[in-house]
Design a protein around this ligand. Sequence first.
Ligand code: GLU
Length: 280
Amino acid sequence: MTTRRMGAVAVSALLALGLAACGSDAGTTGTDGGSDGGSGLKIGIKFDQPGLGLKKGTEYSGFDVAVATYVAKELGTEAADITWVQAPSAQRETLIETGQVNLVFATYSITDKRKEKVSFGGPYFVAGQDLLVRSDDTSITGPDSLDGKKLCSVTGSTSAQNVKDDHPGVQLQELSGYSECLPALANGTLDALTTDDTILAGLAAQAEYAGKFKVVGQPFSQERYGVGLKKGDTALCEKVNAAIKKMIEDGSWQKAIDANLGPAKYKPGAGNPPTPDACS
Ligand code: GLU
């Protein structure tokens, strides 16, 4: 822990005491056990999705990280007081339910099934499910041309679920992160990777795979990215939505898109920027 960070902890401990004494609102809802007075937030992101949520050494980057940082600031948490937690697709609900994270910004689609366990702020982005194939592959043109092909996706994602529901004839291999599919796609063990077009664009643009892959470009679902939070925390949801609206209105949302998805030449599709849903 750095001296600065220790100072921040000491200050927030004092603040917590002071605020508790006079019964003030600490600004954000506390975490389960060990609340630090609302100054720190634990935020779940992806660690292996370039352009969205990426951990490189001690640096975190991507559009999800940018939106999370903006929203946290509006909630009273400076970037230095965010603890980034890896949130693989299959673990997002559990991380929220158990209080291991306060918020999830992890290409996390809002669905009715997930709403049984968590609540969502947002959406703050709308993506679509697509396919990534080898550049020289002309046989896969959309989900209907996948019969007999070997497809890769991730456990606990809407991407895998949609394929199982709508294309049961496809051989689907589910791994724990999309980046894990790439070596097998490159060497021909697998034929395609399916998930959101945002994620595919970022993965394909990595220097180590330059020229190897292409996104098919026929999106076949709508993925509305929400901010996962504890079920029923409407107050937190309202604050998150106000922050998202502000980020869109003041131009920061577009800047974050350009900076993070621009390098992969990704252009947001219809429905962007979205208007957050009512909190419930
Ligand atoms: N947006 C989809 C989902 O929430 C796919 C991307 C992901 O797994 O993060 O499941």
